[in-house]
Design a protein around this ligand. Structure first.
Ligand code: FAD
Ligand code: DHB
Length: 436
């Protein structure tokens, strides 16, 4: 039978395979019909599915990786206020509210000194919340499984067809069974390396890109955080970032070369480099602990325009990548799908395609704002391999200005905590009182 992680609802199946002997079953293509086929069960795909479900709209999620892999992937940790508000309003924010760590400010360190930027005071009460992306994904998967709606992990050979036709088709293989899902719309939420963006003819897509000549070595350490809030640091030896996941877990990043192997970094070398870069004259330095995870992540900026092609909408990393320095990637993914869910809901509710037609342009406006901020954070806080002493002094002057001007701090704080969502007439969002 058509067997997803959760048993698909009967009305979505057009093939009754119960009576078919197993041998014959192998030759059947399991056919399904849904309103929205979602490719990818990362934060974008899972959030979209959840918002659609709350609006009574059916979806099928097709994910290439296993459930364990998706849940255990350690990535983002900073949630903007709007992301938190949306999750809470959508009924998936209980654990986030209990275990998430609210931060009212952030530190910027350079020349051996830490300077605090007070978000709450500068933005009228907004803050960020530290909550691991994997925890959020875990909550969203649980919510999906609870609905009983289809979610196919371990899907191979995922392909898209008929995107120009009244019904798009998604094909894939799951547990040796071939599937074919017909859908009114496809949501390409399959990240940077997915199949959705490449399914758009090159002539209809414009890609804007920038690669950075450095990367991050990220580690997770079993150590109590030694600062209540994040510390972003520009140092002569390169960028460093102090973050956390819980009162027992510290998350740290070091600028390194993109071609470096994380295994070349011994624990001793990591701690000595972290102390050298992060130590400040107020006594702050990270507390050491057992390193439980190490990985190198490259950095790039990318925007694909438009974010819609025929029956397919791109969302999240499938449509755009930001370097991680501004902590915007996950938040942009959530902003995209909140907008998309509102547009799809308006379409099924009153037959109006107006919001669907406006999706790409309005989502891209937020994307470019985040690109600007992430590029600025990245170029100001890292040392480029071909950077001169002049560049370093200019970067320090930029940071001096940031921490001494209330106007500059306000601008920074506004960008960092992110804008509230505003999707005119988006029913699901209006109901969740996330519009401003
Ligand atoms: P993804 O999370 O990439 O999910 C896409 C899903 O699609 C994956 O599960 C993938 O397996 C699946 N998929 C791929 N191909 C296929 C296929 N062919 N068929 C089916 N499924 C497929 N962002 C922040 O906002 N704040 C931060 O603090 C932050 N820190 C970061 C730190 C690091 C080290 C890194 C690497 C990223 C960070 N980000 C941060 C970025 C953030 O993790 C991403 O932007 C976010 O994961 C995007 O979500 P997504 O759902 O669009 O894509
Ligand atoms: C984290 C990641 C980021 O990219 C960032 O800018 C801040 C914090 C983190 O993983 O905690």
């Amino acid at each position: 039978m058509c067997d997803s992680e959760t048993e698909p609802e009967g009305r979505q199946l057009t093939l009754d395979t119960f009576a078919v002997p197993t041998v014959l079953l192998l030759f059947y293509i399991c056919q399904m019909r849904t309103q929205v086929a979602i490719i990818g069960a990362g934060p974008a795909g899972l959030t979209l599915a959840h918002l659609l479900h709350r609006s009574g709209i059916e979806s099928v999620i097709v994910e290439h990786r296993s459930r364990e892999y998706v849940i255990e992937r350690v990535r983002a940790g900073v949630l903007e206020q709007a992301t938190v508000d949306l999750m809470v309003a959508a009924g998936v924010g209980d654990r986030l509210q209990r275990e998430g760590m609210r931060h009212d400010g952030v530190h910027i360190a350079f020349n051996g000194r830490r300077h605090r930027i007070d978000f709450a005071e500068l933005t009228g009460g907004s803050a960020i919340t530290i909550y691991g992306q994997n925890e959020l994904v875990k909550d969203l998967i649980e919510a999906r499984l609870h609905t009983g709606a289809p979610l196919f992990f371990d899907s191979d050979n995922v392909t898209l067809a008929n995107l120009r036709e009244p019904r798009a088709v998604v094909r894939f293989i799951h547990r040796d069974q071939e599937y074919q899902v017909e859908a009114d719309y496809v949501a390409g939420c399959d990240g940077f390396h997915g199949i959705s963006r490449p399914a758009i003819p090159a002539t209809d897509l414009r890609i804007y890109e920038r690669a950075y000549p450095f990367a991050w070595l990220g580690i997770l350490a079993e150590a109590a955080p030694s600062s209540h809030e994040l510390v972003y640091c520009l140092h002569d030896r390169g960028f460093a970032l102090f973050s956390m996941r819980s009162p027992q877990l510290t998350r740290l990043y070091l600028q390194c070369r993109p071609d470096e192997d994380a295994q070349d970094w011994s624990d001793d070398r990591i701690w000595s480099e972290l102390h050298a870069r992060l130590r400040t004259d107020d006594g702050f330095t990270p507390t050491e602990g057992r390193i439980v995870q190490k990985a190198v992540t490259g950095m790039r900026s990318m925007v694909a325009e438009p974010m819609r092609w025929q029956r397919m909408f791109l969302a999240g990393d499938a449509a755009h990548i930001v370097p991680p320095t501004g902590a915007k990637g996950l938040n942009l993914a959530v902003a995209d799908v909140a907008r998309l869910a509102a547009a799809i809901e308006a379409f099924y509710r009153d037959g109006s395609a107006r919001l669907l037609e406006g999706y790409s342009a309005l989502a891209l406006a937020r994307v470019w704002g985040a690109q600007r901020f992430s590029w600025w954070m990245t170029s100001t806080l890292h040392r480029a391999p071909d950077g001169s002493e002049f560049d370093y002094r200019r970067q320090v002057a930029d940071l001096e200005y940031l921490v001494s001007s209330r106007a500059a701090m306000t601008s920074f704080a506004e960008s960092y905590v992110g804008a509230r969502f505003d999707f005119s007439h988006g029913h699901n969002v209006a109901r969740t009182s996330c519009s401003s």
